[in-house]
Design a protein around this ligand. Structure first.
Ligand SMILES: CC(C)(COP(=O)(O)OP(=O)(O)OC[C@H]1O[C@@H](n2cnc3c(N)ncnc32)[C@H](O)[C@@H]1OP(=O)(O)O)[C@@H](O)C(=O)NCCC(=O)NCCS
Length: 388
């Protein structure tokens, strides 16, 4: 087969293992089961710091000192309320779909227009940093309001004096979370802010590399993230636990799935070939709840792991972040329809930090594909010949 360009190089399917750029934001070491934000283990951060601290680290490069943290929290709080124009349009968007990710994707596109975002190509660094923070700050407000509108309830306005996760849960459920639920969700959200060059981050950076505006990058990232193979698994993983119901049915369930060629949601990962450290941390978080769902999840995890090792030898399929994410979010009082959108509240901090970084790189990302159709050029058949 002749390449379309003699200089082209073939890379592994799915670009697995291909390094396409440099980043100071973090990385995933799949064989070690380790990932980090800048120079810190992301799991250590999730266990030690709050959402705004980790967000500051990703966006500005350092863990904030006390004064920086106060200023950052105030700034985030002031950017959390929805602009009036968007709040007025949200019910109309919600009338078109039940899916909160679709709603936020559309709403962020409108938000970019309302904020008069300029293309990254034209914007200066301060303007880009401001847009990055503002878009990530308003995302939970949009999502919580979308959820309430879909439930036939009035949206709750943001309270700029509260912590970001605290306020999200309040706007979502109508009540301040207790300290245990708040910490559980915050740990989950810190642990999922960023995760190497995953599909949605790559999407965001490809769009950023064209010089488009920041909202366009986020719309693309959310589209990529919405796929069940990426961010769309936590509610499906919890649904599987619901279907299984009791531990004695777990093995038959997984065998049946694999026989039918289906995937077990919440298992497997594109990069990890060992335990997903996020899932290990979230299991510990889940064990902080005294609930039969946790016992079921822990038992089913062991059965799935053993059975998948037998049925898919050499594939190293372990629980991924989404397996326990659903359990933790359910026990913290989040509706399953908001599991993936809640994941998005965290990941938007990572996407925007990546967009800011990409905006400094003048090179547009533009790979090639190997053409495998009929050899060109062929004569174009006349209409008469095509009708004959
Ligand atoms: C995340 C995921 C897309 C990564 O997949 P990947 O590393 O690109 O691996 P592939 O899609 O190439 O699959 C490789 C093999 O493992 C199998 N496999 C991967 N994940 C599996 C799963 N969850 N259940 C059953 N089999 C799985 C595939 O069927 C394939 O088997 P084969 O070689 O016999 O054909 C995949 O594991 C998956 O679909 N998981 C379920 C969805 C999920 O939980 N997503 C959240 C990710 S954080």
């Amino acid at each position: 087969m002749r390449s379309t360009d003699q200089l082209a190089v073939m890379v592994p399917a799915g670009l697995a293992g291909v390094v396409v750029t440099e980043t100071e934001l973090g990385d995933v070491r799949g064989s070690e089961g380790f990932y980090h934000y800048r120079q810190y283990s992301a799991i250590d951060l999730a266990e030690a710091v709050g959402f705004e601290e980790a967000w500051h680290l990703l966006l500005h490069g350092n863990l904030p000192d006390a004064e920086q943290l106060v200023r950052f929290r105030e700034k985030v709080g002031s950017l959390r309320p929805m602009p009036d124009g968007l709040a007025a349009l949200l019910p109309a968007i919600c009338a078109t779909t039940d899916d909160a990710l679709t709603i936020v994707r559309t709403a962020l596109s409108l938000w970019g227009g309302i904020r008069r975002l300029r293309p990254l190509f034209d914007a200066d660094p301060d303007e880009i940093a401001e847009a990055a923070m503002a878009s990530a700050a308003v995302t939970p407000t949009i999502l919580a309001a979308a959820h309430r509108i879909r439930q036939g309830q009035e949206p709750i306005e943001a309270d700029p004096t509260l912590g970001h996760v605290d306020d999200y849960l309040r706007m979502l459920t109508g009540a301040r979370p207790n300290a245990h639920d708040l910490r559980a969700v915050e740990q989950y959200l810190v642990s999922t802010m960023d995760h190497g060059f995953n599909a949605s981050t790559f999407t965001a950076r490809v769009i950023a590399s064209t010089g488009a505006d920041l909202a366009a990058c986020l719309v693309g990232a959310i589209g990529s993230f919405s796929g069940p193979k990426h961010g769309g698994a936590p509610s499906r993983a919890l649904q599987a636990l619901d279907e299984i119901g009791s531990l004695d049915r777990a093995e038959a369930y997984v065998r049946d799935k694999i026989e039918r060629g289906d995937r077990v949601m919440g298992f497997g990962h594109a990069v990890y070939r060992t335990k997903d450290p996020r899932s290990e941390m979230l299991r510990r978080t889940a064990l902080g709840y005294d609930d039969p769902l946790v016992d079921l999840a822990v038992g089913v995890e062991a059965v799935f792991e053993r059975t998948l090792a037998e049925l898919k030898p050499g594939r190293e399929l372990f629980a991924n972040v989404e397996y326990y994410a659903g359990v933790v979010m359910k026990l913290a009082g989040i509706d399953p329809s908001m599991f993936t959108p809640t994941f998005c509240v965290a990941r938007v901090a990572g996407w925007t930090a990546n967009i800011v970084e990409q905006s400094r790189d003048p090179k547009m990302i533009r790979p090639s594909a190997r053409y495998v159709g009929p050899p060109p050029p062929q004569p174009v058949p006349s209409l008469a010949a095509r009708l004959a």
